[in-house]
Design a protein around this ligand. Structure first.
Ligand code: ATP
Ligand code: MG
Length: 230
């Protein structure tokens, strides 16, 4: 499937129930996300934020209603969706291979120089430079443990390299102290300039930098608007 910029996401009367369960987790979500727009999605634990993220990315099919990217349902793209929507999951998964391969996943033609460049942008270059095998260190090699925040940044480096126009971040700052969190948010905002950003979080830090804020409560949008208005 080939679609061209600018990219518009449209969520229309979206309902979702996990297969073989009773409860409708999302109930009538309507949301338009314009090209380049920065949107924060807030809500308590269990509200349905990560479920919504997986539907936006087309990893799940709506029970009813739709999620479209330039009028094509996102679940029709298959693996090609990663050309358009890059996601950093709530618990990023690293593959049991080198750091280099983990970052180059989906952009296999990228040079090591380009990999260093994105690592620098997410603030991980100096840490990885200090490793004896550098980029060629296996991620689970003895002694190398990535913290939650570092996993998020590695995963962000992967999607920056891939250069998708829409970036979906699911709680990218969870577990960080407030100062580091502020820095990470600033880095994200700088790095994602011009791209569409959907940023899922359970607290208010940094939302003044967003164009649109959406509160999800029990599977429904309870409040929506610009941060200044709310
Ligand atoms: P958190 O802030 O804790 O990450 P969330 O807003 O992302 O929460 P979701 O993960 O979307 O919440 O979960 C919403 C609801 O869907 C919860 O009640 C959860 O138990 C249910 N749920 C999530 N994943 C599944 C699944 N694979 N199968 C069945 N129910 C699920
Ligand atoms: Mg979640």
């Amino acid at each position: 499937i080939d679609i061209a910029a600018p990219y518009t996401l449209k969520i229309t009367d979206l309902h979702y129930r996990y297969p073989k369960t009773e409860k409708m987790i999302l109930r009538g979500i309507n949301l338009d996300i314009n090209p380049g727009e920065k949107v924060a999605i807030l809500g308590r634990s269990g509200a349905g934020k990560s479920t919504l993220a997986s539907l936006i990315r087309g990893d799940r099919t709506p029970t009813s209603g739709s999620v479209t990217l330039n009028e094509v349902p996102t679940d029709k793209f298959g693996d090609e969706i990663s050309n358009y929507i890059g996601i950093v999951h709530q618990s990023p998964y690293l593959f049991n291979t080198t750091i280099l391969n983990n970052i180059r996943l989906g952009s296999e033609d990228a040079s090591e120089e380009q990999v260093w460049e994105v690592l620098d942008r997410v603030g991980l270059a100096s840490m990885i430079k200090r490793l004896p095998k550098g980029l060629h260190t296996m991620v689970d090699e003895a002694g190398l443990r990535f913290s939650g925040g570092e996993r998020h940044r590695l995963s962000l480096a992967r999607i920056l390299l891939k250069d998708a126009p829409i970036i979906l971040l699911d709680e990218p700052t969870v577990g960080l102290d407030p100062l580091t969190e502020e820095k990470v948010i600033e880095t994200f905002m700088e790095q994602l300039h011009g791209k569409t950003l959907i940023w899922i979080t359970h607290h208010l830090q940094g939302i003044e930098m967003m164009d649109q804020v959406v509160f999800i409560e029990n599977g429904q949008i309870s409040m929506q608007g610009s941060p200044a208005k709310l």
